[in-house]
Design a protein around this ligand. Structure first.
Ligand SMILES: Nc1ncnc2c1ncn2[C@@H]1O[C@H](COP(=O)(O)OP(=O)(O)OP(=O)(O)O)[C@@H](O)[C@H]1O
Ligand SMILES: [Mg+2]
Length: 328
């Protein structure tokens, strides 16, 4: 706590030419080719696991997530920047203005909310935010029904988020209705709150990649206010299967090899079919939770009042994995 307190003062400095508000750790969209000049891989991405470091717990939580290597690297960069800024400030060196508002872009179920919680905790541990809680809102929480109602509702959410992170999901929906829509009032109120409560909360706007891009394009003033952009790629089939195995394990279940194979084939098919919506890890979670219910019915039918063995109680078989047409 307190080690970053020099920042706020530095941010308000006058006289000197206004330094860029951008910090240079913006990730390129996944689909954009890396420029050839990029230096060799920035290893090590994460430092040695020093159990005493404030990053240790964050690292444990990130390690528990499958894939997301670039996301993890970026979060480590933010940590490094915060840590070194603290040391620089203590050494009497200039610490540039730092803005931590972020854009999270990614398809459904790619880990945005989970990572936002971890980021909130990182800021709390590093003394940037006193509470480090996360308030997750969507359009309906911000937009009201009559003139003035929206500003009031949005301000109320900002107030709740002070000391932590305000996470606005499907941010694009705020711009959808155009100039006349109350969504615009919500955006204006958020932007004003970013000025009024500078450094008192971090705003994360989340959404699907094309929609977030459209949103930023529709508001020329916005991109520069969100210097950090994190792109969440879709998971590969292998990653989704690993996530399924992890989710089963967390719940004291295990997938039989035939079940894993069935799942792998199903996921590959689902990912190929671009006409159906697909919610990545959330789809996997729903699949596992449904399989657990199917297993319970199977065991009850099989054993009646009898007692299945411990292994039976844990095992998810291929037949327990079933999907309905409307699963997304
Ligand atoms: N990389 C991962 N490893 C393990 N579990 C994951 C991973 N990513 C997401 N999950 C799990 O998948 C579920 C959905 O993740 P989360 O809610 O963070 O996604 P989201 O991007 O916020 O989705 P949405 O856009 O639908 O809000 C959660 O149960 C989360 O724990
Ligand atoms: Mg979410």
């Amino acid at each position: 706590m307190g080690q970053m307190s020099g920042r706020a003062i530095a941010a308000g400095g006058t006289g000197a030419p206004r330094p860029s508000r951008q910090i240079s750790i913006v990730l390129r969209p996944a689909d954009q080719a890396a420029p050839p000049a990029e230096p060799p891989a920035r290893e090590p991405v994460r430092g040695p696991a020093d159990p005493g470091s404030p990053f240790a717990e964050i690292q444990r939580e990130l390690d528990a997530m499958v894939g997301l290597e670039k996301v993890k690297a970026l979060i480590y960069e933010i940590y490094a920047l915060l840590h070194i800024s603290g040391l620089r400030s203590a050494a009497g060196l200039a610490v540039g203005p730092q803005v931590y508002h972020m854009i999270f872009s990614g398809n459904p179920g790619t880990g945005k909310t989970t990572v936002a919680r971890i980021v909130a905790k990182l800021f709390q541990k590093m003394g940037v935010l006193p509470k480090g809680h996360l308030i997750e809102v969507e359009r309906a929480d911000l937009v009201g029904e009559y003139i003035g109602h929206t500003a009031q509702k949005t301000r109320e959410m900002v107030r709740k988020a002070l000391g932590g992170v305000l996470f606005v999901d499907e941010a694009y929906s705020l711009a959808r209705g155009g100039e006349k829509d109350f969504g615009k009032e919500a955006i204006d109120t958020l932007v004003k709150a970013m000025e009024d409560y500078k450094n008192q909360f971090v705003l994360i706007l989340a959404g699907y990649p094309n929609e977030i891009d459209m949103f930023l394009l529709s508001n020329p003033g916005l991109p520069s206010r969100f210097p950090i952009r994190i792109d969440f790629p879709d998971y590969t089939v292998d990653q989704l299967v690993r996530i399924a195995e992890l989710m089963a394990k967390e719940r004291d279940y295990e997938l039989q090899p035939q079940a894993i194979e069935k799942l792998r084939q199903h996921l590959a098919e689902r990912k190929r079919n671009s006409l159906l919506p697909f919610s990545n890890a959330r789809y996997v979670r729903n699949t596992i939770e449904k399989a657990i219910r199917h297993q319970a019915v199977r065991l009850l039918n099989l054993y009646g009042t009898g007692q299945p063995g411990r292994q039976e109680l844990m095992t998810i078989r291929a037949e327990d994995l079933r999907w309905d047409a409307e699963d997304a």
